[in-house]
Design a protein around this ligand. Structure first.
Ligand SMILES: Nc1ncnc2c1ncn2[C@@H]1O[C@H](COP(=O)(O)OP(=O)(O)OP(=O)(O)O)[C@@H](O)[C@H]1O
Ligand SMILES: [Mg+2]
Length: 507
């Protein structure tokens, strides 16, 4: 007796179809799983056996072989329990096999036959719609996630026996989208709380408008962390495509709130400086997206940058350039999206007062050099905006808070982003920060006069080719905020000034 059902396995954030074949034969009782299963899949045998016995069926004392095809993809995690159990019951003639074969089946089983939620349902649901018949059996707790995919018919049972009943009766399908999660009405922290630092707020506005990386340097207590934490309040909303990308990553990482549906707010991640390389970049024995992927389409904030291990922050270089990370493992390499805005904050020296006009710095030049050297040249080159955050003087501290609220800043950001959406309508990018060299040459046109001044500035500051392209992208965003069609000289001048802000520290 043979039965086959469809299931799936995650590869990065994409799902890949897997056939689960069951063969039940006469012979000495045995239960084997073949087809490159990992430990969790092999353990599936015990869960399936108990779940079937505890759901008022009898696990047959025969020779049972399960094959997971294609055999060259590694099968990980417990999500094969339900398809294996359903295929076994189908081979025994307890489930209508032609009906069952229309579904992609995913789910973990408890010993008592309850179906438990699994990670990555959204990616599997997209696969079921694109590559199979648009029907799926998912754990009840994951139904909200599966229903994000349009035109997908879903059976969402909570136990194995319920799954069998619903498939046999042929009318257990649902496709009613879950109620939208109520969005919090506005972000609590607001830029109007920050006194002074108008030039930093302007720089952060530009960064948010175009998705540029920012490095903030300043003495303790000048407001770097405070400013960075207010960035989410001015980020533009995500479009559906961006929201789906982010939700997929959180689903794969198992961080999706079980009741929630689509993630609509841009992520803001701020990992501690003790983070490991797998935590930052992703990977591990059960591969998981790291912080760079969890901040996809949002912000990665690294506070106290020199406190991070140097080799770990160097790992950011590839994702900052490519917008994705590839992790090579023994049998496969996995790619996760990782297109984020990097915000870094640091003091200019160990004591923190190197640039302070009043407090004197107690560090010697070797200490300062060693401190700043923790951030390598190549990493520094990837920051479009280097901005100094000076300590407030007493008058500023006693002044009333700033007039400009996050809301007005956000409106400017949204306007500038709309121009960019239109600009890149036929491309798979959404903001100026994502442009590659080719795009920069196409979209960022400058006249001869600007070219000359830019060349002069680059010679004087000793800037790289990467810096050249990044200055042009930044200039484009500054022009977009002003609603101009073309980049003007003052836009380029402002961009160059942001670029040169950090040079005095590192030279
Ligand atoms: N510009 C400002 N306006 C209002 N309050 C401020 C400002 N700067 C600092 N503060 C106050 O000082 C506190 C400390 O600021 P913050 O943590 O942002 O400093 P920091 O620059 O990150 O310092 P460190 O380098 O030590 O991390 C803030 O929580 C806030 O109460
Ligand atoms: Mg701080």
């Amino acid at each position: 007796m043979i039965a086959t059902v469809k299931s799936g396995v995650l590869q990065g954030v994409e799902a890949c179809m897997v056939d689960v074949e069951v063969d039940i034969n006469q012979g000495l009782p045995a239960f084997n799983i073949v087809g490159l299963p990992d430990v969790a899949v092999k353990e599936s045998k015990e869960r399936v056996r108990s779940a079937i016995n505890n759901s008022n069926y009898r696990f047959p004392p025969r020779r049972i072989t399960i094959n997971l095809a294609p055999a060259d993809i590694r099968k990980e995690g417990p999500s094969f329990d339900l398809p294996i159990a359903m295929a076994t019951l189908s081979a025994l003639g307890l489930v209508d096999s032609s009906r069952l074969n229309e579904y992609v089946i995913i789910g973990e089983l408890s010993l008592d036959g309850t179906i438990r939620p699994v990670n990555g349902i959204l990616s599997m649901a997209i696969m079921a719609r694109k590559q199979w018949k648009g029907k799926m059996i998912v754990p009840r707790e994951n139904v909200g996630e599966a229903l994000l995919v349009k035109d997908l018919k879903i059976i969402a049972p909570s136990t194995l026996s319920e799954a069998v009943e619903l498939v046999n009766s042929g009318n257990g399908e649902t496709n009613i989208p879950p109620e939208d999660k109520v969005l919090p009405s506005g972000y609590k922290l607001d830029f109007s709380d920050v006194k002074g630092q108008e030039h930093v707020k302007r720089a952060l506005l530009i960064a948010a408008a175009g998705g540029h990386n920012v490095l903030m340097i300043g003495p303790p207590g000048s407001g770097k962390t405070m400013l960075a934490r207010r960035i989410p309040s001015i980020l533009p909303p995500m479009n559906l495509e961006e929201a789906m990308e982010v939700t997929k990553i959180y689903s794969v990482a198992g961080l999706l709130d079980k009741k929630s549906s689509l993630i609509k707010e841009r992520p803001f991640r701020s990992p501690h400086h003790s983070i490991s390389s797998a935590g930052l970049i992703g990977g591990g024995s059960y591969p998981r997206p790291g912080e760079v992927s969890l901040s996809h389409n949002g912000v990665l904030f690294l506070d106290e940058l020199p406190e991070f291990r140097r080799d770990i922050i160097e790992l950011l270089r590839q994702p900052l350039e490519d917008g994705k990370v590839t992790i090579a493992r023994a049998l496969i390499s996995i790619t996760y999206p990782a297109d984020f805005m990097l915000i870094g904050a640091l003091n200019p020296c160990p004591c923190g007062y190197y640039t302070d006009p009043v407090k004197s710095c107690t560090c010697n030049s070797i200490q300062i050099t060693n401190y700043l050297r923790k951030i390598s040249g190549p990493l520094l080159d990837r920051f479009d905006i280097h901005i100094e955050v000076p300590r407030l003087d007493t008058n500023q501290i006693f002044s009333s808070p700033s007039e400009e609220k996050s809301e007005t800043m956000r409106e400017k950001v949204i306007k500038a982003r709309q121009i960019q959406y239109k600009r890149f309508v036929n491309k798979s990018i959404f903001n100026n920060g994502q442009m590659d060299t080719q795009d920069v040459s196409n979209y960022c046109r400058i006249n001869e006069e600007i070219r000359k001044i830019l060349k002069h500035a680059m010679d004087r500051l000793g800037l790289s080719a990467r810096a050249y392209y990044r200055i042009l992208k930044l200039s484009m965003t500054i022009a977009d905020i002003a609603g101009k069609d073309n980049i003007s000289l003052e836009d380029v001048a402002e961009a160059i000034q942001y670029r040169s802000g950090g040079i005095k520290f590192w030279n």
